[in-house]
Write a protein that binds this ligand. Structure first.
Ligand code: HEC
Length: 108
């Protein structure tokens, strides 16, 4: 049984990682509503209110983090980004991470 403590700590690390992921996805789901994202992108993140607004569900997480960050900072700037710039600029890194975790986990 000399490996038992190792096994237990490995299990703890694993379950902590899984619950962190779940907590982030849950936070992201809440933020998607409370920050007003659903008004344009739709509750399911794939029913945008018009054809100029992208579907987000199932998109790659890293890409989502980058785009939300760039829209907020102004690095990504075109006629349409102005619509959500103010909202994106007010998100902190943890919120962006949580939103991206949630969105990337949704079915396309
Ligand atoms: C007022 C409408 C509106 C709201 C509210 C809004 N967005 Fe957007 N969003 C847009 C538009 C329009 C674009 C496309 C921008 C462009 O043309 O470059 C966009 C683009 C994006 C993109 C880039 C997608 C891609 O494929 O490149 C992401 C990610 C995104 N929004 C996430 C969010 C999140 C998260 C929220 C809430 C915090 C949010 N949006 C709130 C209108 C909105």
């Amino acid at each position: 049984m000399k490996y038992a403590p190792l096994l237990i700590s490995a299990t703890l690390v694993l379950s902590a990682t899984i619950s962190l992921h779940t907590a982030q996805a849950q936070d992201g789901a809440n933020l998607f509503g409370t920050k007003g994202c659903i008004a344009c992108h739709g509750v399911d993140a794939k029913s945008p209110i018009n054809d100029n607004i992208p579907k987000l569900a199932g998109q790659n997480k890293g890409y989502l983090v980058q785009q939300i960050t760039d829209i907020g900072s102004g690095a990504r700037n075109n006629g349409q980004t102005s619509l959500m710039k103010a909202i994106a600029a007010n998100l902190n890194e943890a919120e962006i991470e949580a939103l991206a975790t949630h969105l990337s986990g949704l079915p396309r």
